[in-house]
Design a protein around this ligand. Structure first.
Ligand SMILES: Nc1nc2c(ncn2[C@@H]2O[C@H](COP(=O)(O)OP(=O)(O)OP(=O)(O)O)[C@@H](O)[C@H]2O)c(=O)[nH]1
Length: 574
């Protein structure tokens, strides 16, 4: 065989598709040729060929073969258009085998997907099959809607089929006003579309109406006049419908032999569609003829078959309507379910938003709380620090940094109380710089201040951490030494005295000479009362001054009468 060019194949496939109803012979020849050269076909072309072959099998009534090819195409094809058209074909074959529920379900899916489909053939087919399905289910208004949609979007090859479905719906719904004119127009459209099958389909309804109106001769003329064309189509369903109607028409004109011939033809071809109206009509005609001719036995048999076929046909009609209703209910239930789910999803989404907001809020609250706490903490720290600073300032002497008089007195009293309770000894030493006025007068106040600080530093160097050291007045200092005997205190006072002399002598100012006088009192002699200790130490200090200064003098525990005090110590306790 001569290999086929790819472009030719596509053209041939399209051509075969367009003539599949009008020229069965040519259609078959093209399919055979392409099938023979199938190795040269692209994947897409092979899919298209298989679709046409499946269509052809269904048209022949070989549903088994058609189903197998449809199944394979649905499984393997990736071509959206071929897939969609294969499903349309499946709807058709399901409906032809009275599997209406499945047909309506699949059709609903196809109609839902229709907006995505751009191929004019696929759209036209889906809309036409919808018009037929709804017409057969008695949903005439829906059938009109889908037929109208076909006219709107593809006035070409599918208008004939849509018009046929629309006229069927008009006829079956009994809307007969002006129908003859519409039948004529429908035939014109189908003749123009070179679709004799559908022209004849319309003629069938015209003949049915003529018979219904009592014009049997007109019906016979119309049916016989197009009979050859109908048999040529090979479409058994329409052939049987023609036969049944002819049988009925001939019977009503009394041409019983003709009537019987056509009725028997219907019965002979009935294996494929046992629930068709044509079979029911055929059996009724046969039964009436036999009855009329007095063949009662035969009449009875045909009558039984007529009843059976009629029941089957009516059941099928009901089944179609019921299937439609069932699928509608299922779709409504599904929609309700989807609506409920979307509502639940919406609620869930809102809940999540709410949770997120709540989390954000609590985070903000925590941040706010932490900020406030940090702020409070910071201020508490600052206040505490100021408090501590003020406390320190309130307790310390500004110049030397040691305890001021008030704090010295407080601390000294506490310590003495403790010593008294625990039966321990303590001593008090008062120190007063000698002729300090002369330092100020001779060297100035600043040098005097420095001398004061150096004297304090000299004292510090000989004190323990438990000793209480404070400035009691201008150049007068006090030291409480707990757990210290008199001998120990004397030696330490002596060391401090020498240290003061030394430390001041080392100052940068020349020929400055500062010394200090010391008065010592002990609890052993004066008791643990601070006031008493101060008086006795002050007495001793006074004595040291009197005896020439720069010395340590010890109180013997008795108050000495004198003209005046050398320091401010005794007054400081009040
Ligand atoms: N530079 C300085 N001088 C002070 C300070 N406080 C008091 N003075 C001075 O210390 C001097 C104390 O003088 P007086 O009480 O007369 O005693 P004195 O000159 O040390 O003589 P005696 O105590 O008798 O040895 C006064 O001149 C005060 O002005 C101070 O903080 N700095």
């Amino acid at each position: 065989a001569v290999p086929v060019a790819s472009g030719d194949v596509s053209v041939s496939l399209k051509h075969a598709d367009s003539i599949k109803l009008s020229d069965q012979g040519e259609f078959q020849r093209i399919l055979d040729r392409l099938d023979h050269d199938r190795a040269a076909l692209t994947q897409e072309q092979t899919g298209y060929l298989h679709y046409l072959q499946a269509w052809q099998a269904a048209y022949r009534g070989d549903y088994h073969a058609s189903d197998a090819m449809v199944g394979e195409l649905l499984e393997k094809s990736h071509d959206t258009t071929v897939l969609f058209r294969t499903k349309v074909l499946k709807v058709n074959t399901l409906a032809e085998r009275s599997r209406y529920e499945e047909a309506f379900q699949l059709e609903s899916q196809l109609l839902a997907r229709l907006p995505e489909i751009t191929d004019a053939d696929a759209r036209g087919q889906a809309l036409v099959i919808a018009a037929y399905l709804y017409e057969e289910a008695g949903q005439y208004d829906l059938a009109f809607d889908y037929a109208d949609q076909v006219f709107k979007e593809s006035p070409g090859p599918y208008s004939c089929k849509a018009e046929h479905a629309r006229l069927a719906a008009l006829y079956k719904s009994g809307r007969l006003e002006g129908i003859d004119e519409q039948f004529r127009k429908g035939i014109e459209i189908c003749t123009e579309a070179k679709d004799p099958l559908y022209s004849n389909g319309i003629r069938f309804y015209m003949a049915s109406l003529a018979l219904q109106r009592g014009h049997a001769e007109d019906a016979i003329r119309l049916l016989e006049g197009n009979y050859a064309s109908v048999t040529h189509s090979n479409y058994q369903m329409l052939i049987s419908e023609f036969d049944a109607l002819l049988a009925e028409a001939y019977m009503s004109t009394g041409q019983l032999a003709q009537a019987k011939r056509f009725a028997l033809q219907v019965v002979d071809q009935s294996t494929r569609n046992e629930y068709a109206e044509s079979l029911s009509i055929a059996y009724r005609v046969l039964y009436l003829i036999e009855k009329q001719q007095g063949h009662l036995d035969k009449a009875l048999v045909y009558h039984e078959q007529y009843m059976l076929a009629n029941k089957g046909y009516l059941n099928a009609v009901n089944a179609r309507a019921l299937a439609y209703q069932t699928v509608q209910q299922q779709l409504a239930a599904k929609k309700l379910q989807i609506d409920t789910l979307s509502k639940q999803n919406e609620i869930l989404r809102l809940q999540q938003n709410l949770d997120r907001k709540a989390t954000e809020n609590s985070r903000l609250y925590i941040i706010l709380l932490v900020t406030v706490l940090a702020f409070i903490g910071f201020w508490a720290y600052r206040i505490k620090r100021s408090q501590l600073r003020f406390m320190r300032l309130a307790r310390r002497d500004g110049l030397t940094g040691i305890f001021n008089r008030q704090h010295f007195v407080n601390e000294a009293e506490l310590q003495l109380q403790y010593c008294r309770k625990s039966g321990r000894e303590a001593c008090l030493v008062l120190i007063d710089l000698d002729h300090f006025k002369a330092v100020n007068d001779n060297y100035g106040h600043a040098v005097g201040d420095r001398v004061l600080k150096r004297a304090v530093a000299a004292c510090h160097a000989h004190l323990r951490s438990t000793d209480i050291f404070g400035r009691l007045g201008g150049e007068e200092f006090g030291i409480v030494l707990p757990e210290c005997t008199l001998e120990q205190v004397l030696s330490r006072a002596e060391r401090i005295r020498r240290a003061i002399v030394e430390v001041v002598r080392g100052d940068a100012v020349d020929d400055i000479c500062v010394s200090a006088s010391f008065g010592v009192a002990s609890t052993a002699r004066s008791g643990h009362d601070l006031r008493q200790l101060l008086i006795h130490a002050d007495d001793a200090l006074y004595q040291a001054k009197r005896e020439g200064r720069n010395r340590v003098s010890v109180s013997d525990g008795r108050a000495k009468p004198r003209l005046g005090t050398v320091g401010a110590a005794t007054g400081s306790v009040q």
